[in-house]
Design a protein around this ligand. Sequence first.
Ligand code: ASP
Ligand code: MG
Length: 455
Amino acid sequence: MLVMKFGGTSVANCEAITRTIAIVRSKLEQKPIVVVSALSKVTDLLYRISDQAALKNESETAELLEQLRSRHIGLAHDLMADYPSHCHEACLKINEICDRLESFVRAVCALGELSDRSKAVIISTGEYLSSNIICSAMNAYGIRTGFMDARSMIVTDREYLKGEPDSAAISARVPGVVAEAYSGNDAVITQGFVSATADGEPTVLGRGGSDYSASLIGMAVDASAIEIWTDVDGVRTADPRKVENTRCIEKISFEEAAEMAHFGAKVLHPLTIEPAVNKNIPIYVLNSMNPEGKGTVILQSSFIDDGVKSVSFKENILVINIFSTKMINTSGFLKKVFEIFSVNKVSVDLISTSEANISVTVDASQKITKVVEELSEFADVIVDENKSQISVIGKNIINLKGLLRQTFAPLADCKIYMISQGASYVNLSFVVDREVLTDAVRHIHKYLFEDESCN
Ligand code: ASP
Ligand code: MG
């Protein structure tokens, strides 16, 4: 079985969906399980709807809900103009989903209160709409397709907006649901991003979580491969929006991909890799606008050459500097510090320590007020804002001659606030001022990937 996940841009409109269905058709022999995101920008729209509802803005909310409905009804007509009965069936579904959402949102509006659970219901609607339309269109175009509700398969804890998947429960449920939906069909389809607790309460996997859905399903059915179809030609040596002359990477290891996804590369959801690694399932990152392209394949490390694969970055991070003389010559200080991060669910990226100081980086989107408060009870804490983190990622980079010179030579005039190299030798990371980030990444990329004379 082959898991094929199509992101928002691959299902954005009639043209994109037609292309996507052609791609699925070309792989029917491999028994595809299709996982779809919401149409491009629809999840953002649903976030706006939930925010406006919480503010009791009835007319604004109604207008946005109308946009949601008309975009999907319009799409169904575009896709199935020649298949009136399929179109009718899809429109019934769309109206049913939108009606249900509208009454739910009206209730939120009336109360002016939005729990995480209610928000999960609202923001997951996009995937139900897209998967229903695409399922009808596939059937209209002659691919017999079975529909699956992700809530019957993807089990998480009660963290409604960023559910933690329960691998054992997922592995137990998915094969049965897939087998049943497959009977008499050529393909099956389900929603990315959408999940539920063991007793069926709605949750979602967090922004960009459809990739994660795909790899969890891949794990559960022991898929031959997981394909992540997006709108770029695979994983690149750096973010092309910041850096010129980036190249597509043909293959990378699971470890390299995990580091890249975590440290800023936008191609894959950071948690996608793990379920696939555990079962050694290759993940392909492919471009639905260029299906003939080779893309990038993510494989076990033994198939991958040593060397730098990418320069990734996180643009907006905080550095938390913790100073305490109590740390000198004592044990257990680190435990005390990191317990605070753990209890407050703040995830740490880089760590560097000296005798009386610990510095850590965290993503600026995290709420650190409580952490700082609790640390301040026994240490001096200074938080540096407007910093960025750059990571040079590649297998066994420690063995590369001159890597440090090549990485830091172009930064001779920049301040480097922290440096950290993990023991896995996959990642060399450091912190710079946010204002120099773009230049720094461009220069390093040039040195490492373009300019032979620098090597
Ligand atoms: N639709 C969701 C989002 O935009 C999930 C996804 O596309 O991966 O975050
Ligand atoms: Mg995505």
